[in-house]
Ligand binder design. Structure first.
Ligand code: IPE
Ligand code: IPE
Ligand code: MG
Length: 247
C-alpha cells in the first residue's frame, strides 16, 4: 500500500524500531483552520473528523498499539451553544458509520462521563464500543467530555467507596490503586503527546497518564495534520533521552 507516495515498507524503515506504546493526540486547531479559509468553525470540525480517520488508518499501518485522541474536553461545554450542538451532531453522525473501524480491526473506547450526553448519543457510543470490543490489534481511546482532573476525581470516588465498604484500608492505597480507577486502567501510560495548532499546553488531557510523557508540539492545524507529521513526531520522540528520574 502506498502512503504519501511511498510504499509502506519504505516508510517503516524511516521509523524507529521501538515505537511509543501509547500516543496521545490533542486534535486542536479546527476553528482556526476554518477561519483561515473564511469558513464557519463547524467546517473545521468536519475536516478534523476526516483527519481523525486518516491518522487512525496510518497508525494502524505503522503498527502503533494504543492511541488516545482528545475530541471534547469537560471545559468545551463553555463554548457557544450552537457550536456544542454542532459537535454533538457530528459525533453522532460519525459514530453512525463505523465500517472503517471494522476494516482496521480497531477497538474504540470512550473516555469521559457519558451521562452528560443525550440518551441517543450515549446509546450510540455504547453500541460502537460493543461492536468493536473484540478487536485487539489497535486500541483507540476517544476522549469526549473528558477532563484529566475529572478522571482522577472519579478514581478517588471509587477508592472512597471501597474504603467505606471496608474492602480497602487507606494505608493500602498506592499509585496503582489510583491508576486502576482511571479510564485507561490496564493500558500503558502515555509515552508521547502530540499537540498541533501551536498551543503549548495539555488543556486537562490525561494529566495522570502523561506524568512522564514526551511532548511534541507543531504549528500545523489538526485538519492539515498528516501521517508524515505523525512520523516526524515519532522520529523526534525516538531521539529523546527518557530518564524517569534516573541518570
Ligand atoms: C479542536 O479545535 C476541537 C475541539 C476542541 C472540539 P478547536 O475548535 O479548539 O480549534 P481552535 O483552537 O479554535 O482553532
Ligand atoms: C483542547 O483544546 C481540547 C480538545 C482538542 C478537544 P481546546 O481548544 O479546548 O483547548 P484550549 O482552550 O485552547 O486550552
Ligand atoms: Mg482549540
Amino acid at each position: 500500500m502506498a502512503i504519501f507516495g511511498k510504499k509502506k515498507e519504505e516508510l517503516l524503515t524511516e521509523l524507529p524500531e521501538v515505537l511509543p506504546q501509547h500516543v496521545g493526540i490533542i486534535m486542536d486547531g479546527n476553528g482556526r483552520w476554518a477561519k483561515k479559509r473564511g469558513l464557519p468553525r463547524p467546517m473545521g470540525h468536519i475536516e478534523g473528523a476526516k483527519t481523525f480517520k486518516k491518522i487512525i488508518r496510518h497508525c494502524k499501518d505503522i503498527g502503533l498499539k494504543h492511541l488516545s485522541f482528545y475530541a471534547f474536553s469537560t471545559e468545551n461545554w463553555n463554548r457557544p451553544e450552537d457550536e456544542v450542538a454542532g459537535l454533538m451532531k457530528l459525533f453522532y453522525d460519525y459514530l453512525s458509520d463505523i465500517h472503517w473501524l471494522h476494516e482496521e480491526k480497531t477497538r474504540l473506547i470512550f473516555m469521559g462521563d457519558k451521562a452528560r450526553f443525550s440518551e441517543k448519543l450515549r446509546n450510540k457510543m455504547i453500541e460502537v464500543e460493543e461492536a468493536c470490543k473484540d478487536y485487539d490489534e489497535m486500541i483507540v481511546f476517544l476522549a469526549v467530555n473528558y477532563g484529566g482532573r475529572d478522571d482522577i476525581a472519579n478514581s478517588c470516588r471509587k477508592i472512597a467507596e471501597r474504603v467505606k465498604n471496608g474492602e480497602l484500608q487507606p494505608e493500602d492505597i498506592t499509585e496503582q490503586t489510583v491508576a486502576d480507577g482511571l479510564y485507561t486502567a490496564g493500558f500503558p501510560d502515555v509515552d508521547l503527546v502530540i499537540r498541533p495548532s501551536g498551543e503549548l499546553r495539555l488543556s486537562n488531557f490525561l494529566i495522570w497518564q502523561c506524568a512522564y510523557a514526551e511532548y511534541y508540539f507543531t504549528d500545523i492545524l489538526w485538519p492539515d495534520f498528516t501521517g508524515k507529521d505523525l512520523n516526524d513526531a515519532i522520529i523526534d520522540y525516538a531521539n529523546r533521552n527518557r530518564r524517569f528520574g534516573g541518570v
